[in-house]
Write a protein that binds this ligand. Sequence first.
Ligand code: GLC
Length: 556
Amino acid sequence: MEHTTAIFPTVPTSAQHKWWQHGIIYQVYPRSFQDSNNDGVGDLKGIVTRLDYLQWLGIDCLWLSPVFASPMADFGYDISDYRGIHPLFGNMDDFDELLNEVHRRGMKLLLDLVPNHTSDQHPWFLESRSSRDNPKRDWYIWHDGKEDRSVPNNWLSVFGGPAWEWDVHTGQYYYHAFLKEQPDLNWRHPEVQRAMLDVMRFWLEKGVDGFRVDVMWHMIKDSQLRDNPPAPNTAGNTANPLYDDFLPVYSTDQPEVHQIVRMMRELTDAFDDRVLIGEIYLPIPKLVTYYGEGNSGAHLPFNFQLLTLPWNAREIAGAIDAYEGALPAESWPNWVLGNHDKPRIASRVGLSQARIAAMLLLTLRGTPTIYYGDEIGMTDVPIPVDEMVDPQGLHMPDLNISRDPSRTPMQWGPGINAGFSARKPWLRLPYNAARVNVEKQKGDLHSMLSFYRRLIDIRRRSAALSVGSYSPVYSDGQLISYLRQEHEETFLIILNLSHRPAYFRTPSAAYKGIIKLSTEEERIGMHVAGVITLAGDEGIIVQIDDQELTYPHHEG
Ligand code: GLC
């Protein structure tokens, strides 16, 4: 067994931490949370009626996926008015009420900012495409075709096909990293920068607590529009090129993007206690550059390791340490298990391991983000082909990458449509919704919901678990273990990522204590020392009672 020696850095106390450091974020997908007007789509008033639930669960902050005016080509990620609420979700009064009700409960509210692209129906784009000499022409990325009229370069849309769309009227192509209904803004243009910062200011002045910034790493593209190189394993030889067949080294993650992020951060910091989060899918060394020089970038560049890595103890332990090791000084970590773009955790790893995943999410160092419904173990709902609505699924029908299955209505109770709506919901519910729902699980001490609530509770009560230091202890093909410490409090977390029993040999006699939480409730309160046995799919949180582990520097 290889044991890593724990290091014990001095960490500041929780009083020195911001709400977004010790708090828990919960992503609400508004279409699917709660319908209040029975049109089959969730809305703002609906969310208000569920705030008590979120408070009961122990959530500190809600992040809402877009609720703005939109033709809904990409379910709200195609915005036609950044300051307007889509009538499907309600109106500005409803929004104000929601913000008020969230704040009244001592919670925070984050909005989704989609600055990389607008809807093709946004007045800015309508102007831009109206003529080549329109003042807003350069607000978007227009380019002539090559001599033979073909696309300017080989960049591909994330949703399939070329990323360039021909505009007959003005005889040029425009660039769209996603749908052709989502033209990319030209962030090199100072007026674009000003216009979007004004949008941010509008919401910050209203009192929202910050933003999750959509596709932050896409915002600036190579000024020379150079071709992306083929990915090494395809060498560009596929008959039907897909996004991943090329390395998007010129279309994303350009050095100048950090100046834009810094501008956004400066504006955010001009208001008290707000947070800037970036959606960024990049390898760790690149990801951490989004904290910016001297932490002048995003407060939290979303860390998607747990979403993207195979569920394997060795790989995940390696990624945790690589991430911890790569974090710039003074920057704050964060972890995400699920979102509206990826399969749900319970579908990826199974229900038993979903509990281990929850324990990992809520005991690692850094801000956790919970995706709605994961706390009751919602699984991806199979959506029949003729009911598919997600453009990613519809554009690439053979790849089984529709995002609909992880966006289905929240399962609240055993009643009609699981209490989500009295009318047929926009996406169907699973057959087992009458069994798997909040109401049922609230009354069951052994449910996923009860487990989540206990985990959240123990995290909230403990400075060690919410803001303490992290030190890896041991990992192998089955186990991941680490210590969380703050002052006199030390927790040892041991997670079995396999279905078979595992044996954790404590590195020294100092590793003994009492089980505070386990996936096997019967073990709570037991003393452990020496070789600690874990059942398959078991995770435990042990409160260490030996002072030597707490104050190792005091020896000799
Ligand atoms: C982000 C969103 C995703 C959307 C895409 C384009 O990745 O999370 O849902 O489709 O951006 O806006």
